[in-house]
Design a protein around this ligand. Structure first.
Ligand SMILES: Cc1cc2nc3c(=O)[nH]c(=O)nc-3n(C[C@H](O)[C@H](O)[C@H](O)COP(=O)(O)O)c2cc1C
Length: 344
């Protein structure tokens, strides 16, 4: 791995641990989503949160989103997450595997399936790297970690404010369409907090994608993180850039029929998960709170955090009289005027 890539990865973790890196003038707008309340006719103990994703059974529609890989500190983070996910029957995603393509000797920092068995495992690469690497190399990325699919992250605002960012986006969506047809595993497009708009989702819906992770605004703010990491970044001006997670979820869901939808960006508790599923998400993911829990208490910290979120999801399902995930997904939540006014 280049010295620059290694330093950037460590800086990101350091900034996320030491500073307030979340959106401060924008929320996910999930607080503007109102679930129907009722006196339940079910037993809380019978609520079943299990579902399927990527053809795999997962104990709840919750996964740990991409965080890291590439060096020793990252290896420990990935191992702790994988161990907790195995115990709880949940899935996880790895951080960008670009470093692995640059240097095969660091595969072991990503290779969690050697020792653990999360419900599913997603690899990760940036959209700009689709131009740089061959189909064989991209297939190797997922096979080498025994993964179930690949996240392709699209983060133009973060790249643009990062002094060393990849900013030639010309033709990249076409390239994505071409690659998603050729590779022999499911491809999911992922945002990191800027959200996916209806227009983008319309373009994505014409490709052979397994799904879209909306990665909306309201959680970790990556333009802010770049600014906190480097004085040379234009991130300060673009802080709070992005489409709130709830809005992005509604917009994507309307134009992406049949595709799987992952709700991420500021998901922080089981009620956020329940609301996202009622809006059409298939699964929900979190990154920053998991990193914080892991840094504080290792595998045990991650396990406790995820366990609490699953319990909160169960309570939300009980209070809306939903015994299983299909029932939760067929609820019709009310949207406040603050949220509906943002929808085209
Ligand atoms: C320290 C850290 C490193 C991350 N690295 C990656 C990455 O390599 N690739 C990627 O697609 N997303 C990466 N992310 C973004 C997350 O996967 C997620 O999209 C984003 O942080 C929003 O979710 P959150 O509000 O739950 O943190 C990273 C997040 C954190 C906290």
């Amino acid at each position: 791995m280049s010295k620059e890539t290694k330093k950037r990865k460590l800086d990101h973790i350091k900034v996320c641990m030491e500073e307030d890196v979340e959106f401060d003038r924008k929320t996910t707008l999930l607080e503007e989503v109102i679930l129907p309340k009722t006196v339940p006719d079910i037993n809380l103990e019978d609520v079943d949160t299990s579902t399927k994703f990527l053809g795999k059974k997962t104990a709840a529609p919750i996964f740990v989103n991409s965080i890291t890989g590439g060096e020793e500190r990252a290896k420990k983070i990935n191992k702790d997450i994988a161990a907790a996910c195995e115990k709880l029957g949940l899935g996880m995603a790895l951080g960008s595997q670009r470093a692995m393509l640059e240097d095969e000797s660091i595969v072991h920092t990503y290779d969690v399936t050697k020792d653990y068995n999360p419900a599913f495992l997603l690899g990760n690469i940036g959209i700009a790297q689709l131009e740089e690497y061959s189909i064989d190399e991209l297939e190797w990325l997922v096979k080498k970690i025994d993964g179930n699919g690949l996240f392709v992250h699209i983060n133009p605002a973060q790249e643009a404010v990062q002094p060393e960012g990849d900013t030639d986006f010309h033709g990249l969506l076409d390239k994505l369409g071409e690659i998603s047809k050729k590779v022999d595993y499911p491809v999911i497009v992922k945002q990191v907090g800027e959200g996916i708009s209806r227009d983008t989702a319309q373009k994505l819906s014409k490709m052979d994608l397994y799904g879209v992770d909306v990665g909306g605004a309201g959680g970790s703010d990556w333009t802010k993180i770049e600014h906190l990491r480097s004085e040379d970044s234009y991130g300060k001006t673009f802080e709070n850039w992005g489409i709130p997670t709830a809005q992005s979820l509604i917009e994507v869901q309307e134009v992406f029929p049949g595709g799987k939808i992952m709700a991420t960006g500021g998901i922080r508790n089981g009620l956020d998960v329940a609301k996202s599923l009622a809006l059409g998400a298939d699964v929900c993911g979190m990154a920053l709170p998991v990193l914080k829990a892991q840094q504080k208490n290792g595998e045990e910290g991650v396990r406790k955090l995820l366990e609490d979120i699953v319990e909160e999801l169960k309570i939300a399902m009980f209070l809306t009289d939903c015994e299983n995930i299909d029932e939760l997904r067929s609820l019709e939540p009310k949207l406040s005027p603050k949220l509906t006014s943002r929808l085209k």
